[in-house]
Design a protein. Sequence first.
Length: 328
Amino acid sequence: MSKILSQDEIDALLSSAPSGDAATIAGDAGLGGVITYNFRRPDRISKDQIRSLHFLHDRFARNAASSLAAYLRAMTDLSIVSVEQFSYSEFLMSLADPTAYYAIAIPPLDGLGALELNPTLAFTIVDRMLGGSGLSAPPNRALTEIEQNVVDAVVRVLLGHLSETWKAVFDLEFKINGRETRPQMLQVMGPNEVVILLVFDLKVGDIRGMLNLCIPASVVEATGYSFVQRWQRSNRVPTASERQWLGTNLGRVPLTVTTSLETRLRARELVELKLGDTLNLGVPVQRPVDVCVGNRAKFEGRLTTNDGHAALRLQRLTNGTASAAEAA
């Protein structure tokens, strides 16, 4: 018969249990520590990809700064400050209102990105482009239509360099899809969609401000892990000893060398073929034929004989890429 514990025995058992909070008890039980996780903003981009994005856009910043300096005829400095992942709603809440805000198309991929130019910088650029010094205090208002057209030209310069920089990883083209002075009025993506926020520090003359570039996480995911591999891959010229080693070892690899000659026969003629018959292959002796190494045409040669056997005399190296079937 089971014994029912008294209150004193229950108190004694509780007092003998290890002290500590739930996380400590869970750790002692082998369940691991408690880790904070935000289900509304999951980390979809790895640290390696974040690091590669930083390196990639650091190159973009250097190239774009040179073009902007020539375009605006002013000392211009552009540098990347941070690369982080947020939800789109958090990004919107961090922006000034009004500001210079652009929706960016990224063909051939679906979806839109966003670019925001601090209003102080936007008015400085407009002032310089229209003949001013760019040192006057920015007005406390939204950009007019004419002023937006002026800023559009500078944004296109930035997007051109952005497209050129991304070609090292993925062939994307960044283009203006829409613009607004109030970010909430421009529909770019869902509020909970995860985005990569790249923050740049832009200095035009003596005026400094922030340039924010927002790229959907799906764009980086579309490149796969090759994003990191392609960006970190470096081309190194082999040394003389390495070239000799490659030549020695690759020289032992057997390769298939073929040439193909084809002809057409009626079914009746094919059935009537017998030993000793001669077939016309339709290739004059004077006409060169392709010689394939593997499935790639590498040489041209002419038909000949050698000790009574059909043979081929190589004449020149070609750069063809035709397959064996195409070479026939």
